[in-house]
Design a protein around this ligand. Structure first.
Ligand SMILES: Cc1ncc(COP(=O)(O)O)c(C=O)c1O
Length: 443
């Protein structure tokens, strides 16, 4: 995978092809079918000139076979070898994310000297800052399209990152989007405004349907989704309902694939100096990411211990919920054996304490990494607390933290952040100063 420039190719593949990779000189295509793999020579220079594949943007796996990830295209899906016993296996995915995302060391302030933290930058997965959600949507959107949907419905809190990611992905794929957003009783009959995620959702033309927290608690997300689905069906639409957080068994494949990606990054030494991780740490909000991560870590060669910091509900709820996702894939595994779920809820879902926000701003100031206040911010706050309180548990460990994105949620916390962020003053410009010519005459 040589240069960073993109070369466009169109390849005609044999009908039995399940997966292919192309060598960097574009002389050979390696085609994998049900019977094994074979190498085909690219003979026709005219075909080579038209071929369609982004150099440096293919997700390779196994012994070099790979899936091309031409952006916004639909591809047949083949699971990693260790996941082939799971079923159902999705037939296709849409390449929506900019993958693989980088992994780099993260010198968090206050870490004990013998604890290493690395960070996987799923906040850089693209699709308008979609974070972890884009991985699930690659599979969910392919299913929506396969079912002939003309619109998608999903549901979440008023600042849901998942809802925003869905709205963007739907627009990219030419589907309309309906979002059921939960807000306070006082605000449910008002225009929801343009803060954070709402700005992006409304800019890409999503239809916002507000419900109060009380209605949500009384009826539940499934019944609300059904209510809107029935209304849209009566209007002649073909809706596809995506559950809260995209967390169903199909969406779980997103983080099964992420583990394949991490496994490759480690095995192929794409992260200099790294051959293993002891622990994987991530925030948990609806359970889909931890289901895929824990399953992938257990089944692949990674075998890292997965720690999930729950930002809502409680650990028992998430053990049961992820068990349902694992059972939905016929994994034959127990969620309690795979994941360590820790409570990081604090004041409650999407409610930040001053200490949590102080921790997030200190990390931004010292490392340049901005965490979101609702998920990763809470997870890291709680993780650092746990490291300080239980040094023997974390000492000598190499931890991989998955940054799941959610930056736009920070805009909802501007007022609370104000007293924590200082450092400004007026630059003193002496009246006797002379004008000097230079670039940048902007008026
Ligand atoms: C930014 C961010 N991080 C983490 C999560 C949690 O992921 P999951 O819903 O798969 O548990 C979510 C969504 O809930 C999210 O929006």
């Amino acid at each position: 995978m040589g240069s960073a420039s993109l070369i466009s190719y169109r390849i005609w593949l044999p009908a039995d092809c399940k997966r292919f990779s192309i060598d960097s000189s574009c002389h050979w295509i390696r085609v994998t079918s049900a019977l094994g793999y074979r190498k085909l020579q690219v003979k026709d220079k005219r075909i080579r000139a038209k071929t369609t594949m982004a150099h440096g943007h293919s997700s390779e796996r196994g012994e070099g076979e790979g899936i091309s990830r031409a952006f916004l295209s639909k591809f047949p899906y083949t699971p990693p070898p260790w996941a082939t016993y799971l079923h159902p296996i999705p037939s296709h995915f849409y390449s929506l994310g900019h993958l693989p995302t980088p992994i780099h060391q993260w010198n968090l302030p206050g870490l004990p000297t013998n604890t290493e933290v690395w960070i996987k930058r799923d906040d850089l997965s693209g699709m308008q800052l979609s974070g972890n959600k884009v991985r699930k949507l690659e599979f969910l959107m392919a299913d929506a399209k396969a079912q002939g949907a003309d619109c998608v419905i999903t549901i979440g809190g008023i600042q849901s990152n998942h809802c925003r990611a869905t709205a963007v992905a739907a627009r990219y794929l030419n589907l309309d989007c309906y979002l059921i957003l939960r807000t306070t009783r006082a605000q449910v009959d008002e225009d929801p405004g343009l803060t954070g995620n709402l700005l992006v959702e409304r800019m890409v033309g999503a239809n916002i349907e507000l419900v109060s927290k009380e209605e949500y608690a009384r009826v539940g997300s499934v019944a609300l989704g059904k209510l809107l689905e029935e209304r849209l069906l009566k209007e002649g639409r073909k809706p596809y309902v995506i559950p809260v957080g995209g967390s169903n068994s199909l969406g779980t494949w997103g983080y099964i694939e992420a583990m394949t990606e991490i496994e490759q990054q480690v095995q192929e030494k794409k992260v200099p100096g790294i051959t293993f991780f002891d622990d994987i740490v991530v925030a948990c909000g609806s359970g889909g990411s931890i289901a895929g991560l824990s399953l992938g870590s257990y089944l692949s060669n990674l075998k890292a211990k997965v720690h999930a910091f729950a930002v809502c509900d409680d650990p028992d709820y998430f053990y049961d919920y992820t068990q349902g996702l694992l059972d939905g894939l016929n994994a034959g595994l127990n969620s309690r054996d795979l994941i360590n779920i820790i409570n990081a809820k604090g004041l409650g879902y999407a409610m930040s304490t001053a200490e949590e926000l102080k921790c997030v701003t200190e990390i931004a100031e010292t490392t340049g990494i901005i965490l979101d206040p609702v998920y990763s911010g809470k997870a890291i706050y709680q993780m650092l607390k746990d490291i300080m309180e239980n040094p023997s548990k974390w000492g000598g460990r190499r931890i991989l933290f998955i940054h799941t994105g959610g930056l736009l949620g920070m805009f909802d916390k501007v007022q609370q952040l104000q007293p924590l962020i200082g450092k400004w003053q007026r630059l003193k410009v002496d009246e006797s100063m002379f004008q000097a010519d230079g670039i940048g005459k902007m008026f």
